[in-house]
Design a protein around this ligand. Structure first.
Ligand code: 13P
Length: 250
């Protein structure tokens, strides 16, 4: 049985004061990690405060990005060593906003994914097609390529511990969520691609989230699907009330 994982992706939102207040309010209320893995992925400048505020609780902290080198002359970047030192559990890699606005390629995302594993941080690797790609019938080739190239060279054990977030770009922040059947079909497709590359044992173990306008009133339908193991949530993770409702729906 795959354990569900609900992760908030705060993107570039909240203030440090709001973020710490969120963590203080939520940390004692999240369901036990034996039932669901709960995390918020925060801007890097909040991470030290958040890991300190939530230490020893079932609310885990994730980063939204990292570089693929341990240290060096890479002005402005954050290394996996730094994230690990802060006690970060997850790192979101290859979000569509990073692919689109910052030119991130599958090869770069692949390199970062390997580095995250080297340092004991669980990568949440994002894949997803644009509306144009979906309407142009390119959905399957795009998802296959992103999944295969982003995960290239991982070991079976690493894939088993990985989280993949299927986030169709047209459903992100638009309020236009995918139907539960479309989301299920896409997550199943990602699992099939992983099975072809890494074998059925890895494909059965890897957790696949759906992301894109997930809210307390639609999460149950997604979670009822056999290939959807959780959600990566933007807008609805910014307030404690709706974040807790997402977790309670599991
Ligand atoms: P929304 O939940 O705001 O649509 O954002 C989804 C997302 O991009 C999570 O990574």
């Amino acid at each position: 049985m795959r354990k569900p994982i609900i992760a908030g992706n705060w993107k570039m939102n909240l203030t440090l004061k709001d973020a710490v207040a969120f963590a203080e309010e939520v940390k004692g209320t999240v369901p036990a990690s034996s039932k669901v893995d709960a995390a918020v992925c925060a801007p890097s400048v909040f991470l030290a405060h958040l890991t300190e505020a939530t230490a020893g609780t079932d609310l885990k902290i994730g980063a939204q990005n990292m570089y693929d080198q341990e240290s060096g002359a890479f002005t402005g970047e954050i290394s996996p060593v730094m994230l690990k030192e802060l006690g970060v559990t997850y790192v979101v890699l290859g979000h569509s906003e990073r692919r689109e606005y910052f030119g991130e390629t599958d090869a770069f995302i692949n390199s970062k994914t390997k580095k995250a594993f080297e340092h004991g941080i669980v990568p949440i690797v994002c894949v997803g097609e644009t509306l144009e790609e979906r309407e142009g019938g390119k959905f399957e080739s795009v998802i296959r390529e992103q999944t295969t190239n982003s995960l290239k060279g991982l070991t079976v054990d690493q894939v088993k511990n990985l989280v993949v977030a299927y986030e169709p770009v047209w459903a992100i922040g638009t309020g236009k969520s995918a139907t539960e059947q479309d989301a299920q079909d896409s997550c199943k497709f990602v699992r099939d691609v992983i099975a072809a590359e890494f074998g059925t044992e890895a494909a059965e173990a890897v957790r696949i989230q759906y992301g894109g306008s997930v809210k307390p009133d639609n999460i149950k339908e997604y979670m009822a699907q056999p290939d959807i193991d959780g959600a990566l949530v933007g807008g609805a993770s910014l307030e404690t009330g709706s974040f807790l409702k997402l977790l309670e729906a599991i």
